[in-house]
Ligand binder design. Structure first.
Ligand SMILES: *[C@@H]1O[C@H](CO)[C@@H](O)[C@H](O)[C@H]1NC(C)=O
Ligand SMILES: *[C@@H]1O[C@H](CO)[C@@H](O)[C@H](O)[C@H]1NC(C)=O
Ligand SMILES: *[C@@H]1O[C@H](CO)[C@@H](O)[C@H](O)[C@H]1NC(C)=O
Length: 969
C-alpha cells in the first residue's frame, strides 16, 4: 500500500503563516522604533562627500516648497532652499543644524522670520535672504549668529532696521542691502559700527543724503561703500570717518536734482582706489571736485553713461591722476576717438571703450600709452581693424568682438608682438588671409567664432607657434583640408563646432602634436568622414566631441578599419545627438583602439541594441552615458569588460528592469541614473550588485507599489550609503487604485520582513520541528501515525468541501468492518440491508477501486456515502485500517456537523477495554449505538432500528430522535 500524500510541507504551511504574521508584527514594531537614518530626503538632494559630513551639501532649490523641509540631516554644512515659495521661517525650522555654514533662502516669499529661528546656527558664515519680502529687520532676528560674515538682504522691502538687530554679529564683514526701501541713514549706523564690517551695499534705496555724522563720529573700518542709484542730494563728509575706504560707488545718484559734493578736507577720502561715477547727476565742476578728492589714490575709474562731451572732458582731467591705470567708458555714445581724446592718458594699462559707437579712431589714439596691456573695443561699429591698434608692443589683450569687421588685412595686427589674447568673435569676417596672424608670435588664445569664415586658407601656417586655444565655432567652414592647422604645434584646444563641415580630408589635423581637445559637434560629418586616417598623429589627444552630426550605421556589424584605431590616448568621446536621427546602430567594433577611454557619451542616438563586445576595447571606461536610446533591455555581459565603471546614465532608455546589473560586475559604480524608464520593481539582488552606489536616480518610473517594492522602500529609508534622489516623488503606476499615489505613502510595512532574520527563524523552526517530530515518532509512534491520518482526513475533508458541489452520495452507507467479521457482514448484514431493505452499500472487498491508494478508497467510500456503519468488534478495534475508517467518519461528523456514523457493536465490550482506543471511547461516551442481539435473540428490532438510523437525514447528531432512545452501554 502506497500513500501518495506527502504533506509535511503543507502541514508546516499553516504553522508558518501564523509564524509569519507574528514575525511581521515584530518587524513592524522594530520599523516603528527605528528612526530613519538613511540618505533619503523627500524634497532635496545631497551632494558632496557622503562620508565627510563637513562637506555635506543639501540642495532643495526650485521644489515648490512652502516650508523648510523637516528631514534635513543634522550635520549639513551647506543648505540651499532658494527659489521656492517659503513665506515664513519658524522657530524650529533649523533646529539642531549646528554644523551649517552656508544657508541660502533667496528668491522665496519670506516676509516673516520668527525671533530665535536662526539662533541655533552658531557655525553659520553666509546667510542668503535676498529676493524675499522682508519689510523689517527685528531686534532679535540675527541673534546668535556669532560667526556670520556675509549677509545677503538685497531685493527685499526693508524700510526699518531694529537698532539692535546687528548688535552681536561680531564677525560680519559684508552686508548687501541693495534694492530695499531704506531712507534713513541712521538705520545703517549700527551696521557700519560693527568692528569687522568691510563692505556695505546700500544701493537702490531711498536715501536722499549721505552725511558722515549720521553714521559715525569716529573712524570706521569700511572698505567698500555702494551708494549707487539712491536719490542722494548731497554727499557730505565732515570728519575723517572713512579713512580706509577703497571703493566708492555713487553711480546714478542725484536723480532728484543735481547732487552736492561736500568733502571738507581733501585728505578724508585719500584711500579711494576705485570710483564709479557712471550716470551721476552732478555738475561738471563738482565732478572735477570729486576727482580732485581722490587725486592721490585713484586706480580704477568707471564713467559709464555720462555723455560724449562730459566723458571726454573728465577723462582728460582724470588721466592726470598719476595712479590711474584703468579706465572704463561704456555707453557714452562715442563714435570717434580723436587724436586728442586720450592724449593725457599715458600711464593707463587697461583701456575699455566697449559699448559705444566707435567707427573711427585716430591712428595715434593709443600710441602714447606706453604701458597699455589691455585694450577693449568690443561692441562698437568698427568695420575694419583700426590702424590705432597696430604697433603696440606692450599690448597683451585686444578685444575687437561684436563689431562689424568684414575684412582682415595682412598688416592689421602688425607688430603686436606681445599680444597673447585676440578676440574677433561676432564680426562679419569671411576670409582669413594667409598672412594675417604672422606677427602674433606670442598669441595663446584666438577667438574668431561667430563670423562667416568659409575656408582656413593658410592663416594658421605662420606666426601662431604658441597658440594654445583656437575657437572657430559658428562659422561657415565646409571642409578641413590636409594640414589646415599645420603651424599650430602648441595648440591644445580646437573648437570647430557649429560649422558646415561635411568633409575631413586625410591628415586634416596633422601637425597638432599637442592637441588635447577637438570639438566638432553640430557639423555635417558622416560616417565616411570619421575614417581612421583623418585623426592621426595626435599623441596627446584626450577629448573628441562629434555629437550632433550625420553619422549613421545601419546594420554593418564590423567596421573595417575601425574609425578611432589610432586614438590610443583618447579619454573622452562624445557622439550624442540632439537634432538628428542619430547613429541608429553602434557597430560592435566602433570603439576599437580606444584603450584609454574614460568617458563615452552616446545619448539620444536611437540605438536599440548594444553588442556584448561593444566595450571590449575600453577597459578603463569610467563614465558612460547611453541615455535616451531605445534599449528596453541590456545584457550583463555588456559590462564585463568595464570593471572600473563609476557613473552610468541610462535615463529614458525604455528599460523595464534593472536585472541586467546582476552579474554585470559593476562593483565600482557610485552613480546610477535610470530615471524616465519603465522599471516597475527593484529587487535586492540588483542593489546588492552595486556595492559602491552612493547616488541613485530612479525618478519617473512605473512602480507597482506592491510587496515586491517593499524591500526597495525599506532599503531607501534605511541604508546610509546610497542617496535616492526624488524618492518622495516616486509614484505608483499599478495597481489601478493606487495610480498616482506616492510610493512612500503606500503602506508596505507588513511586507517588509527582514529576510535574514526571517531565514534564521524559519531554519530554527524547521530544525526544532524535525527534532520534535523524530522524538515524537520514537516515543509516540502510534499517536503520530494516528495524527497523520487524522490530518489526511482533514485535508480530504477540506478538499471535498472545496469542491462546492455537495457529494453526489453514490451509496447509502459505507460499511466499515474487520476481515474477521466479514462472514457476518456478508451473511447477515448484506442480505438484510441490500436485499430486504433495498439500501445501496459500499463494501471494501467489492467496491474499492483496485490500484488506488487504500486511504483514498476509504475517503471516497466514506464521503461518497450518506452514512458510515462501523461494525465494531474486538478485532475491529485492534485493526489499523478499521480505526482509520472510524477516524475519517468521525472527522466528518465533527467537522461537517453531519450525523453520518452508525455504530453497531457485534459483541459487548466493557468500557475499560475501550480505553486504549481513545477516540472510540469518546465516541461511545457521547453517542448512542446499536448492539447485535446475543445468540438466540430476535434480530427484528435490530434491523428495524438500523433502517430508521439509515433513513434519518443528515443533521446535528444530538437531534437524532431514533438513536437517542437506545440504551447506552
Ligand atoms: C516636501 O514638500 C512637500 C510640498 O511642499 C511638503 O508637503 C512635504 O512635507 C515636504 N516633505 C518634507 C519631508 O519636508
Ligand atoms: C548685492 O546685491 C546686488 C543686487 O542683487 C548684486 O547685484 C550684487 O552682486 C550683490 N553684491 C554682493 C557682494 O553680493
Ligand atoms: C591706416 O593706415 C594706412 C596706411 O598705413 C592708411 O592708408 C589708411 O587710410 C589708414 N586707415 C585708417 C582708417 O586710418
Amino acid at each position: 500500500v502506497t500513500l501518495n500524500i506527502t504533506m509535511p510541507g503543507q502541514r508546516c504551511g499553516s504553522t508558518f503563516s501564523q509564524l509569519r504574521l507574528f514575525l511581521c508584527f515584530l518587524m513592524y514594531c522594530w520599523v516603528l522604533a527605528d528612526p530613519v537614518c538613511g540618505y533619503f530626503l523627500k524634497n532635496c538632494t545631497i551632494r558632496g562627500n557622503l562620508s565627510d559630513p563637513s562637506d555635506m551639501i543639501v540642495l532643495c532649490q526650485k521644489r515648490n516648497l512652502e516650508v523648510i523641509p523637516i528631514d534635513i540631516p543634522q550635520n549639513v554644512s551647506v543648505l540651499n532652499v532658494a527659489m521656492n515659495n517659503i513665506s515664513k521661517i519658524g522657530k524650529l525650522d533649523f533646529k539642531g543644524l549646528s554644523n551649517l555654514k552656508n544657508l541660502n533662502m533667496s528668491r522665496n516669499q519670506i516676509s516673516q522670520v520668527d525671533d530665535g529661528s536662526l539662533g541655533h546656527l552658531e557655525a553659520l558664515q553666509e546667510l542668503g535672504l535676498a529676493h524675499n519680502r522682508l519689510t523689517t529687520l527685528s531686534d532679535h532676528m540675527f541673534q546668535g549668529l556669532v560667526n556670520l560674515s556675509l549677509l545677503h538682504l538685497d531685493n527685499n522691502l526693508i524700510s526699518t532696521i531694529g537698532s539692535s538687530s546687528f548688535q552681536l554679529l561680531s564677525s560680519l564683514k559684508t552686508v548687501n542691502l541693495t534694492n530695499n526701501n531704506l531712507y534713513n541713514m541712521k538705520d545703517v549706523q549700527p551696521i557700519v559700527q560693527l568692528p569687522h564690517l568691510q563692505e556695505l551695499y546700500i544701493g537702490s534705496n531711498r536715501f536722499t543724503s549721505f552725511q558722515s555724522q549720521e553714521i559715525s563720529n569716529t573712524s570706521i573700518e569700511l572698505r567698500l561703500l555702494d551708494l549707487s542709484r539712491n536719490p542722494l542730494g548731497i554727499f557730505r563728509i565732515t570728519a575723517d570717518v572713512l579713512p580706509y575706504l577703497e571703493v566708492l560707488d555713487i553711480a546714478y545718484c542725484g536723480q532728484l536734482g543735481r547732487m552736492e559734493w561736500d568733502v571738507l578736507d581733501r585728505s578724508f577720502l585719500s584711500n579711494v582706489k576705485r570710483l564709479n561715477l557712471s550716470g551721476i547727476e552732478m555738475s561738471f565742476e563738482r565732478m572735477v571736485m570729486v576727482l580732485q578728492t581722490v587725486n592721490s589714490s585713484l586706480v580704477h575709474l568707471r564713467l559709464y553713461d555720462i555723455g560724449e562731451e562730459r566723458v571726454k572732458a573728465l577723462t582728460d582731467i582724470a588721466c592726470y591722476i598719476p595712479t590711474l591705470s584703468l579706465l572704463r567708458l561704456h555707453h557714452n555714445n562715442i563714435s570717434v576717438l580723436s587724436k586728442e581724446f586720450l592724449q593725457s592718458c599715458k600711464q593707463l594699462t587697461e583701456m575699455d571703450v566697449c559699448n559705444n559707437n566707435i567707427n573711427q579712431l585716430s591712428e595715434f589714439s593709443f600710441r602714447s600709452m606706453e604701458q597699455l596691456s589691455t585694450l577693449k573695443l568690443g561692441h562698437n561699429s568698427l568695420s575694419s581693424v583700426p590702424n590705432a591698434t597696430r604697433n603696440l608692443p606692450t599690448l597683451k589683450i585686444l578685444d575687437l568682438s561684436f563689431n562689424i569687421i568684414n575684412k582682415l588685412g595682412c598688416s592689421d595686427f602688425a607688430n603686436l608682438t606681445g599680444l597673447t589674447q585676440l578676440f574677433l568673435f561676432h564680426n562679419q569676417i569671411s576670409k582669413l588671409p594667409g598672412c594675417v596672424f604672422q606677427d602674433l608670435k606670442e598669441l595663446r588664445i584666438l577667438k574668431v567664432g561667430s563670423n562667416k569664415i568659409l575656408t582656413l586658407n593658410d592663416a594658421f601656417m605662420r606666426g601662431l607657434y604658441k597658440l594654445e586655444y583656437l575657437s572657430m565655432s559658428y562659422n561657415k567652414l565646409s571642409s578641413i583640408s590636409k594640414g589646415g592647422f599645420k603651424g599650430l604645434a602648441s595648440l591644445k584646444t580646437l573648437l570647430l563646432f557649429d560649422n558646415q563641415i561635411a568633409s575631413l580630408e586625410d591628415g586634416a589635423f596633422e601637425g597638432l602634436v599637442n592637441l588635447t581637445e577637438l570639438r566638432l559637434e553640430s557639423n555635417k560629418i558622416t560616417q565616411i568622414d570619421i575614417r581612421n586616417t583623418v585623426l592621426t598623429g595626435l599623441p596627446r589627444f584626450r577629448t573628441l566631441d562629434i555629437s550632433c552630426n550625420f553619422i549613421t550605421y545601419v546594420n554593418d556589424d564590423q567596421l573595417d578599419p575601425p574609425p578611432f584605431s589610432h586614438l590610443t590616448s583618447l579619454e573622452n568621446l562624445h557622439i550624442h545627438s540632439q537634432r538628428h536621427k542619430g547613429l541608429s546602430h553602434l557597430p560592435s567594433n566602433f570603439l576599437e583602439g580606444l584603450k584609454s577611454l574614460l568617458a563615452f557619451k552616446a545619448g539620444n542616438l536611437n540605438i536599440k541594441d548594444l553588442h556584448p563586445n561593444t566595450f571590449i576595447h575600453t577597459p578603463r571606461l569610467w563614465f558612460l552615458d547611453i541615455s535616451k536610446n531605445a534599449f528596453t533591455a541590456l545584457k550583463p555581459e555588456l559590462f564585463h569588460p568595464t570593471p572600473r565603471l563609476n557613473r552610468m546614465y541610462l535615463s529614458k532608455t525604455r528599460l523595464q528592469s534593472l536585472d541586467f546589473l546582476i552579474g554585470a560586475n559593476l562593483s565600482r559604480v557610485t552613480f546610477l541614473q535610470v530615471s524616465k524608464n519603465d522599471i516597475t520593481v527593484v529587487n535586492e539582488r540588483v542593489l546588492r550588485s552595486l556595492p559602491a552606489l552612493t547616488y541613485l536616480d530612479m525618478q519617473d518610473n512605473a512602480f507597482t507599489c506592491g510587496c515586491s517594492d517593499a524591500w526597495f522602500v525599506h532599503w531607501m529609508e534605511n541604508n546610509n550609503q546610497t542617496q535616492v534622489v526624488g524618492a518622495g516623488e516616486f509614484t505608483c503606476n499599478y495597481p489601478a487604485d493606487l495610480k498616482d499615489t506616492k510610493l512612500l505613502d503606500v503602506e508596505l510595512q507588513f511586507c517588509t520582513v527582514h529576510l535574514g532574520l526571517y531565514y534564521y527563524i524559519s531554519t530554527t523552526c524547521l530544525v526544532l520541528l524535525t527534532l520534535v517530530a523524530s522524538f515524537a515518532y520514537h516515543f509516540l509512534k502510534w499517536q503520530v501515525i494516528y495524527g497523520y491520518y487524522l490530518f489526511l482526513a482533514f485535508l480530504y475533508d477540506t478538499k471535498q468541501r472545496n469542491k462546492l458541489t455537495p457529494h453526489g452520495c453514490q451509496y447509502d452507507a459505507f460499511i466499515s468492518y474487520n476481515a474477521h467479521d466479514e462472514p457476518w457482514a456478508l451473511r447477515e448484514l448484506l442480505p438484510e440491508l441490500e436485499g430486504e431493505q433495498g439500501w445501496k452499500l459500499c463494501l471494501h472487498h467489492r467496491d474499492f477501486q483496485p490500484g488506488k491508494p487504500i486511504i483514498d478508497n476509504i475517503m471516497e467510500g466514506i464521503y461518497g456515502s450518506r452514512k458510515t456503519i462501523c461494525v465494531i468488534s474486538r478485532r475491529y478495534l485492534e485493526s489499523e485500517w478499521c480505526s482509520r475508517e472510524i477516524q475519517v467518519a468521525s472527522f466528518r461528523l465533527f467537522d461537517e456537523q453531519k450525523d453520518v456514523l452508525i455504530l453497531v457493536f457485534l459483541e459487548e465490550i466493557p468500557t475499560h477495554q475501550l480505553s486504549p482506543y481513545h477516540r472510540m471511547r469518546k465516541l461511545v461516551k457521547r453517542r448512542t449505538y446499536l448492539s447485535w442481539p446475543r445468540a438466540g435473540e430476535q434480530t427484528g428490532v435490530f434491523w428495524q432500528q438500523l433502517r430508521l438510523a439509515l433513513e434519518t437525514k443528515d443533521g446535528p447528531a444530538e437531534e437524532n430522535p431514533i438513536l437517542s432512545g437506545v440504551q447506552a452501554l
